[in-house]
Design a protein around this ligand. Structure first.
Ligand SMILES: Nc1ncnc2c1ncn2[C@@H]1O[C@H](COP(=O)(O)OP(=O)(O)OP(=O)(O)O)[C@@H](O)[C@H]1O
Ligand SMILES: [Mg+2]
Length: 604
């Protein structure tokens, strides 16, 4: 989105800027002192290296024109300088290494923390349109790339700049023509290297994109390996992958051939500088314009410059890649937050649990409304069942109550307070949801249940599990309550997962409870036991229960029948049956079993 339009951020999220350069500066802000120190140390190291030829020149001058009694005596100064420079170079470089160790991991940590904290405040819509794995990868990739970008500037480009500047200054001091020649070469070389890097960048990017595409194909194939086996398609999958691997080889070769051409350029440029400097300096020496010391120093400096300039194109390329990674991460994660607390939001206070939808219009896409002016009031302590065909808007109804989405117009009120004007945390602390397909953390069962109330002790966790009929199966697991449940809870059966989700909500004990097909995977006997326990433990709470199995909701105080986003019938079980309308048709059609996917015709 354009920079100048309003960019909405959650108040608790870190104020991360949405531009790449500003983002990097934001990450570096806390390390300013260390980074300046690093600049000094790197400059010291570079200068130490570049002054060695100067010391050699002094030695040469001392040898050819001894000033003291003996040659050694006249060389004491230059020799000490040479030794000092070497020691300085070692000290500067190792001090810089130490700073890198102190700052590097810390910088990576703080970038990761900031991005993760920012990501947390995105709305459910954001997470449903991004893969969790891809987001996690983006965060770590961005954090690493902020580090690499910084070190590229501090440890690559900055020392090179110092080396070039000091060398040219020394050479200008020796002879203006020589200095200007080397300066011209440096300028041309840097510009050309930069230009070649920009030309090579599309190839390198294409290669990286192909690699990540191939990686995605392998991940997909491994995720679906059971499908491949069940259909006897292992060979097919290998051949399928071969095609993509071939593309990767081609993209790799294209990039490497280009880099090879760049290397030709570098070798030729280096040879030109070497030969040029030697020849020019020799001419100057021949003409008596410079001494033998100056000659040695000039050649030494040329070699040093060549050494530093090596791989400049590659460094530019890597730099582009790091900056590109950061840009990519910032673009993905630092989006405006869709749903944030109002600036004057207050905590929600639920004293009774009255819920009101007032003229609510909502569609996931504004031009495809699910609800168009929905009005309904659920009285305190009422137990309400929602029924209706698949896609009629039941889950959307409860999503709106939890403020997972923002209605396009209208209000949802709990005890008279507009949920758009209260703190989201206070809303979520007081409204519990057991979702259609509960997912669990890959942590122990104890931790998963205890998530409902972090302060709960083992006894409370076990009681909740018992009430949710989960204690029995947990006890027989090899590690009991300490068992891990696998990613999202895959090591449990659907019904076991539901019972953990129920236990965790029982522990949370919020005044409003929403059950979205919370017992759909359970057999009728288990379901009945849990229902009874819920009724007993939960006291008189406002309950909204969605179920396809009509027997699950038939005993509730009130039933709302949804059809295409409208509430078409509203009343108790007997009353709705007597009306002989949609509910009656659903009930008789199901005959105590399950709802069909949709009404096939009007006669049923
Ligand atoms: N995240 C989403 N993005 C876009 N459209 C959605 C999303 N979730 C649901 N919908 C659409 O909104 C409509 C209502 O869906 P909803 O999930 O509320 O139905 P439901 O009554 O809960 O159905 P089911 O009984 O199958 O759970 C459907 O047309 C559905 O395709
Ligand atoms: Mg649903």
């Amino acid at each position: 989105m354009p920079r100048n339009t309003f960019f909405q951020r959650a108040a608790d999220a870190p104020p991360i800027p949405s531009g790449t350069v500003r983002f990097i500066l934001y990450c570096l802000a806390d390390f300013r002192g260390w980074l300046i120190l690093m600049l000094v140390l790197e400059a010291g190291q570079a200068a130490g290296g570049i002054l060695v030829p100067y010391a050699v020149k002094a030695i040469m001058d001392g040898v050819t024109h001894p000033s003291g009694a003996t040659v050694l005596e006249s060389l004491r100064g230059p020799l000490l300088l040479l030794a000092g420079l070497n020691v300085a170079e070692i000290l500067f470089s190792r001090a810089s290494g130490a700073v890198l160790i102190i700052v590097g991991p810390r910088l990576r940590q703080s970038t990761t923390k900031a991005l993760y904290a920012y990501l947390q405040y995105h709305a459910p819509r954001y997470f449903s349109s991004h893969f969790a794995g891809a987001l996690a990868h983006r965060i770590s990739e961005t954090a690493i790339s902020v580090n690499h970008t910084t070190w590229s500037v501090l440890c690559d480009f900055w020392p090179i700049l110092v080396t070039f500047a000091v060398s040219v200054a020394l050479l200008l001091n020796v002879h203006q023509g020589l200095g200007l020649m080397v300066a011209g070469w440096v300028l041309a070389y840097v510009s050309l290297s930069y230009f070649l890097a920009t030309r090579c960048q599309p190839y390198a990017q294409g290669y990286a994109a192909t690699r990540s595409m191939v990686n995605g194909k392998i991940v997909d194939a491994v995720t679906n390996i059971l499908n491949a086996k069940l259909f006897a398609r292992l060979r097919f999958e290998r051949q399928y992958l071969d095609g993509f691997l071939e593309t990767e080889v081609k993209a790799g070769r294209r990039t490497f051939w280009y880099m090879e051409r760049v290397r030709w350029f570098q070798f030729i440029a280096a040879a030109t500088l070497k030969v040029g400097t030697v020849y020019y300096a020799l001419t100057l020496w021949d003409g008596g314009l410079i001494g033998v010391g100056d000659f040695t120093m000039s050649v030494g400096l040329a070699l040093l410059i060549i050494n530093d300039a090596r791989n400049l194109t590659r460094r530019f390329l890597e730099f582009f890649e790091y900056v590109g990674n950061v840009a990519n991460g910032v673009e993905t994660i630092v989006q405006p937050h869709e749903i944030v607390d109002a600036p004057d939001a207050v905590p929600l206070k639920i004293s009774q649990g009255r819920i009101e939808f007032r003229n609510v219009c909502f569609g996931y896409e504004p031009n495809q409304p699910v609800f168009d002016g929905l009005n309904v009031v659920i009285e305190p302590g009422q137990r309400v069942g929602l029924v209706g065909f698949s896609g009629s808007g039941k889950s959307t109804f409860v999503s709106l109550m939890l403020r997972n989405y923002q209605p396009q117009s209208g209000q949802i009120l709990i005890d008279g307070m507009d949920i758009g004007q209260v703190l989201q945390d206070s809303l979520h602390e007081q409204v519990s949801l057991i979702p259609q397909d509960p997912s669990l953390f890959h942590r122990s069962l104890k931790e998963n249940i205890g998530y409902g109330r972090l302060a709960a002790d083992d006894a409370a966790i076990q009681t909740a599990a018992r009430l949710a009929n989960a204690d029995e199966f947990i006890q027989v697991m090899p590690e009991g309550y300490d068992s891990l449940v696998g990613e999202r809870g895959v090591k449990l059966s659907g019904g076991q997962r539901q019972r953990i989700a129920i236990a965790r909500v029982m522990l949370k004990d919020a005044p409003i409870l929403i059950l979205d097909e919370a017992t759909s995977s359970l057999d009728s006997v288990t379901e009945k036991t849990i229902q009874d326990n819920l009724d007993r433990v939960m006291g008189r709470k406002t309950v909204i229960a969605i179920a396809h199995r009509m027997s699950t909701i038939a005993h509730l105080d009130r039933i709302l029948v949804f059809d295409q986003g409208r509430i078409v019938e509203d009343g108790g079980h007997e009353q709705l049956l007597a009306q002989q309308g949609v509910y009656y048709r659903l009930w008789t059609m199901q005959a105590g079993g399950f709802l069909p996917e949709r009404a096939d015709n009007d006669n049923c």
